[in-house]
Design a protein around this ligand. Structure first.
Ligand code: ZN
Length: 439
């Protein structure tokens, strides 16, 4: 980036913050898997000079929480353990594991445990040291999903936040960083050749005070109805992607509902169980209501309900991937489920392709390469298909790969499922509050 807004001593600040958070959760002696993942990510972030981005995301999240609202991540950002430790993601990407919150005893789930199962779905277990019931977590997301095969890919910071405080968060950033903030603009030529100017739905640029914006882009006045009241870049955001770092703050009303009922529900949303059957059932029912009320998703909701019948957290996550991906359901997963292929085996996320290939013995590099083709809808090459056959991967799986147009990252599905389970809890336990907020 030519004009990046950098935080002072960012590498050390991020290191301290993450190591402190890791000790607070996992105790004085960090389990090997925690230590390895944390330092792999921190080293990669330092090499790429990305520490400021994580710290800015953390600052946005901290300020949002001070105002009573959580933020959630979109895209692959939640695949990083650092995102979780900084507090702006609810996703724990470690392999499925148990942790005793009383004595900090840590245990990975069985080595042969299925990596498609989220840690929330592990059976209850008592701590062998102190007898307390342990917590389980772990989405089993590889760091390469965000960072790429050589751990050098730039992270895109995309956060969802409560709509009513978005402007406040931007004002806070300007003061805190002593920088100028402008909105990302859209400038595209329509079919008639006319230049259409617009604004990116949530993109902002943080421009250091010493940089001369006029050297980068012309800016125009804020639109009268613009929630941010910020000057807007005239150049299209695609032209500025190597010049300025874009931070996306997207509005998500559900986060307002979660902020308020936290107090009235009488339970911190962080303590809401993610493996409770009543809650899973309610979460699925509420989601179905939303889907059924939309003509575009009504048919999907009906057949998915009949076929998939989610029974655990991992099932709910899989359904979100099938719903929001492209080419994943019609003529693909729907048929496979009818033929009796279990929900956990069908391809719902890009992570599923990677992990299936590795389970059958493919190396990480070619698994990642094939995953990237499939997630972008590029299908399989003849050579890759033959290779997958030789590894013993079933023909229905390779056929399914070829029908996919786009695959979401699992971190986004896990983040979404956690948020919806918390919402379901609030709706069940303080319906009055929920009705008031949603009306
Ligand atoms: Zn214990």
């Amino acid at each position: 980036m030519q004009y990046d807004c950098l935080m002072p001593d960012a590498d050390n600040a991020l290191r301290e913050r993450c190591i402190g958070a890791a000790h607070a959760v996992y105790g004085n002696v960090l389990p090997t898997v925690v230590k390895e993942r944390l330092f792999l990510e921190l080293n990669a972030i330092e090499t790429g000079h990305f520490a400021s981005r994580y710290l800015i995301a953390a600052e946005i999240s901290d300020q949002s929480k001070r105002m009573g609202y959580p933020v959630t991540t979109r895209g692959t950002l939640g695949s990083a353990f650092v995102s979780r430790l900084c507090g702006f993601s609810a996703v724990n990407p470690l392999p499925a594991h148990y942790l005793c919150v009383k004595c900090r005893y840590f245990e990975l789930a069985d080595a042969c445990a299925d990596e498609r199962k989220h840690g929330f779905d592990l059976p209850k277990k008592i701590c062998p040291h102190c007898g307390a019931e342990m917590r389980s977590d772990g989405a089993g997301i590889l760091p390469e999903i965000l960072m790429g095969k050589s751990f050098s890919r730039e992270p895109a910071v995309i956060l969802n936040c409560a709509p009513r405080i978005r402007k406040h968060l931007v004002d806070h950033l300007m003061n805190h960083l002593d920088a100028r903030v402008i909105r990302a603009g859209v400038a595209r030529r329509g079919a008639d050749g006319e230049l259409k100017k617009g604004v990116h739905p949530g993109g902002i640029y943080i421009v250091p005070k010493e940089a001369d914006i006029s050297m980068i882009t012309a800016v125009r006045e804020s639109d009268p109805d613009d929630a941010f009241r910020l000057p807007i870049a005239v150049r299209d955001y695609s032209e500025l992607q190597n010049v300025l770092t874009r931070y996306d703050l997207l509005p998500l009303p559900a986060l307002e509902w979660l902020g308020d009922p936290e107090q009235s529900a009488g339970r911190k949303t962080a303590d809401i169980p993610m493996n409770d059957n009543t809650l899973l059932e309610a979460c699925y029912r509420f989601e179905s209501d939303v889907l059924l009320s939309n003509p575009k998703t009504r048919a999907w909701a009906k057949t998915a309900a009949a076929l998939a019948k989610p029974r655990c957290f991992s099932d709910v996550v899989a359904l979100y991937g099938l719903l929001y991906g492209e080419g994943t359901w019609n003529n693909n997963a729907e048929e496979l489920l009818r033929k009796g292929i279990p929900l956990c085996d069908v391809i719902a996320y890009r992570d599923d392709v990677l992990q299936c290939l590795e389970r059958y013995g493919a190396d990480r590099e070619s698994s990642l390469r094939i995953m990237n083709r499939i997630k972008d809808g590029k299908g399989l090459t003849e050579a890759d298909e033959q290779r997958m056959r030789r590894l013993g991967i079933p023909a229905w799986f390779t056929d399914s790969c070829k029908k996919i147009g786009y695959l979401f990252p699992r971190s986004q599905g896990v983040e979404y499922a956690i948020m919806n389970l918390k919402l379901a809890y609030c709706k069940l336990n303080c319906p009055d509050m929920y009705d008031k907020l949603s009306s």
